[in-house]
Structures are given as C-alpha cells and as structure tokens.
Design a protein around this ligand. Sequence first.
Ligand SMILES: [Zn+2]
Length: 52
Amino acid sequence: MKTLCDYSKKDIEKHHKKIAALVNDPKYICEKCARAANDKKALCKPNKIKDE
Ligand SMILES: [Zn+2]
C-alpha cells in the first residue's frame, strides 16, 4: 500500500477523500515526515501518538 508519506501535493488533491478517511482519527505519526494517520501502515516511519 502507498503510504501517506508517498503522496505528492497533486496526489493529495486527487485522493483527498481517501486520505481524509485515513487521518480522521490519527493514532500514529510519522517520525520522518510528520504526517499523522489512523493506521500505521499508512506511514513510512510510524510511531504511536499516545501510549495506550
Ligand atoms: Zn513518513
């Protein structure tokens, strides 16, 4: 799966609905790119935002 980190600005415009569904309840943050996502698979270097 393509990670959010891979999306260019153009891709983000094109897939904003899909992306919105991936980031509406973020649990992970990418340590490399500072992007957040619900699913760690959507990030290249995910780290939990909160410890559970
Ligand atoms: Zn990343």
